[in-house]
Design a protein around this ligand. Structure first.
Ligand code: 6R9
Length: 638
């Protein structure tokens, strides 16, 4: 095998797909040597045992992720634009070149070092998308600290919970956030959060607006202090399997999971998927409009594009600010070539009509991407026909925080391959999806459905859950021993293409935000008037899924139902985020439970979906009258 030349030109891309799954080790070894800059080479491409939750790639190798994302491009093209910060105010974008971003990162790396941040520490970043947020992530990578980006829409309590779980000693934030024309008090939120976080020793504060905020002894004025630092910062040589970042995501039990990604494998996978799935070419402007607090922002606003020396957009605004033409006006102004967004936004914009799209020149667009939830056919067709003028391929990309990068998408291999609307379709290089039946057996035929699992490890996958490897094993490795269990259901068409049908567990997906129903129940149950509750997702025309909450009030309470609703909304938005607030609250006398006391959510789901003929087996139900009451109450409410 001619390793030096790599595979391209040796195998056609379809042949490469087969080769990559049958020879994962040699495939990834060649790609890793070709695409990453190593300080010292690895000696073992992989040492994985999925059944034990052991995943190790490129052992023996040393590298620095920030060098791979910055220095090597500064050597070849220092003036190339790395970031375009699309600020909330249209027309006020800021461009940052590779050499500027390296300088920013080095100053920040030195500042963090001077304040004692070192390898093994975790830095929490609570910032909206902006160059300093990216520089913060890369500065951590440069000095060997792990980052933990928390979505800047999260409440103080949600932030505190993540800081505590990560045992983070440093927080980086901005004075205020600006989004959709509204100012949010991010520094105040951090102040409230760190009160309950004894590990936090210092908070770095950057200025997004000109409004001063109260600074305490613990706070550091970030830009001011950065100016005093040297522009050269020696990168720490990191082992391939050292931690790069933690990122919290929802699981089916109450507590969010801090998924851990490591250095080399993650970066390689983000870079390769970014290049192939979107057909990214040098000189293109890549527009991923996700927040950096989401894995999509990590892999496709930051690490994938920067590892490839690309130009990437950081989008601070909303799809409808100042009007529903915002995305397309941005595409025209920044000359975006690949646009990557979420179905919930597409569905929202579709309702406003085609004129908002037609107003702007979208001729630079080459590929349109979708991520976060299944994209329904109407939204897919509109995206393709109206936004892309029928000439841009739409790539529906399936993946998860756990997978690190895209695993199933229409065009990882052949750039001319057929695309079927609303389907993620084909596995990426090195990915071998399988469907499992309910008995845990692999289904081999086509035109069938099952639980989606992945049969072999790949470099981008998460390595563990922070401080809870047992939970990692139980969640992903034990449901089907030897396979990675995704928690999603999928259908394989008669042609062998994959269509993702949705979550199999108690996780719902509201506007692309993944949230455990148990997390919301936890908060609702804290209301003094509430005895118990059950939250389920239901199909929502814009958000994908909405939050439907069944509430049983305490019998001894004299609070009125009408007063409980605003209280619950308040609590949920304060403790989690606004998007998690109930869309419907139905008060019931009791919840349907099994004799062993488990709430039968399946029955609640059917009631809300009005699928009353399919309530299923009710034999284990403790009190069948509960279901009739709920059906009646649901009719009255909706
Ligand atoms: C990247 C990301 C992961 C869950 C995943 C699945 C859903 C994501 C999808 C999709 C259908 C797609 N999901 N992309 N479902 N089609 N193209 O979203 O990560 O926040 O961890 O959510 O999102 O249910 O399991 P994350």
């Amino acid at each position: 095998m001619p390793e030096a030349a790599g595979f391209e030109g040796v195998l056609d891309r379809a042949g490469l797909q087969d080769f990559s799954v049958t020879n994962i080790e040699s495939f990834w070894a060649v790609v890793a040597r070709q695409r990453l800059s190593w300080i010292s080479p690895f000696h073992t491409a992989q040492d994985c045992d999925l059944s034990r939750g052991q995943i190790r790639w490129f052992e023996g190798g040393k590298l620095n992720v920030s060098v791979n994302c910055l220095d090597r491009h500064v050597h070849t093209c220092p003036e190339r634009v790395a970031l375009i910060w699309e600020r909330d105010e249209p027309g006020s974008e800021v461009k940052v070149t590779y050499s500027q971003l390296l300088e920013m990162t080095c100053r920040l790396g030195n500042l963090l070092r001077r304040h004692g941040v070192k390898k093994g520490d975790t830095v929490t970043i609570y910032m909206p998308p902006c160059p300093l947020a990216v520089a913060s992530m890369l500065a951590c990578a440069r000095i060997g600290a792990a980052h933990n980006v928390v979505f800047a829409g999260f409440s103080a309590e949600a932030l505190a919970e993540r800081i505590r779980d990560a045992q983070s000693n440093t927080v980086i934030t901005v004075n205020q956030g600006v989004r959709g024309g509204k100012v949010t008090e991010l520094k105040k939120t951090v102040d409230a959060a760190v009160q309950g976080c004894p590990t936090v020793q210092q908070v770095f504060v950057a200025m997004r607006t000109e409004n001063p905020v109260v600074m305490t002894a613990r706070d550091v004025a970030m830009e001011e202090e950065m100016l005093k630092e040297d522009v050269v910062c020696e990168p720490t040589a990191m082992d391939s399997e050292d931690v790069l970042f933690l990122l919290y995501t929802s699981g089916s039990t109450g507590k969010p999971k801090g998924l851990v990604h490591t250095q080399a494998g993650y970066l390689l996978y983000a870079a390769l998927t970014h290049r192939y799935v979107f057909s990214y070419h040098d000189g293109d402007v890549f527009g991923c409009v996700a927040d950096i607090g989401w894995i999509t922002g990590h892999s496709y606003s930051v690490y994938g594009p920067l590892a490839n020396g690309g130009t990437t957009v950081l989008f601070e605004s909303t799809p409808i600010y100042p009007d529903p033409g915002r995305y397309w006006e941005t595409v025209q102004r920044l000359k975006i070539n690949q646009f990557y967004g979420a179905p919930t936004a597409i569905r929202l914009l579709l309702k406003y009509g085609d004129q908002w799209v037609h107003k702007y020149d979208r001729s630079t667009l080459k590929t349109l991407g979708s991520v976060g939830e299944p994209i329904n056919t109407e939204a897919w067709e509109w995206y393709h026909r109206v936004v892309g003028d029928g000439r841009c391929p739409v790539v529906d990309t399936w993946w998860q925080t756990e997978t690190g990068g895209i695993c199933i998408a229409p065009r990882p291999s052949d750039p001319d391959a057929e695309i079927v609307p609303g389907m993620a379709m084909r596995p990426f290089f090195g990915i071998k999806p399988v469907l499992m039946d309910s008995k845990g057996k692999v289904v081999t035929s086509n035109d069938t459905s099952g639980a989606l699992c992945i049969a072999q490890p790949w470099p981008g996958m998460a390595r563990t859950i922070h401080n809870d490897h047992q939970r990692f094993i139980e969640t992903y490795c034990q449901p089907n021993p030897g396979y990675f269990f995704t928690g999603d259901g999928a259908h394989r068409s008669k042609d062998g293409y994959y269509q993702i049908t949705g979550r199999l567990d108690d996780v719902i997906n509201v506007s692309g935000h993944r949230i455990g129903t148990a997390e919301i129940e936890d908060i609702v149950n804290q209301c003094s008037a509430v005895a118990e509750s059950a939250v389920i997702g239901y199909s929502h025309p814009i958000k994908g899924q909405g939050v439907y909450t069944f509430v049983v009030l305490k019998t001894d309470t004299d609070i009125q139902e009408a007063d409980v609703c605003p209280q619950l909304n308040n609590m949920v938005s304060k403790k989690i985020a606004k998007y998690a607030c109930p869309d419907y609250i139905q008060f019931v006398q009791r919840l349907p439970k099994t004799r062993s006391g488990k709430i039968m959510r399946r029955v609640l789901r059917k009631v809300v979906e009005r699928d009353l003929d399919e309530l299923g087996d009710l034999s284990t139900l403790d009190d069948p009258a509960a279901v009739q009451e709920i059906i009646q109450g649901h009719r009255d409410l909706c």
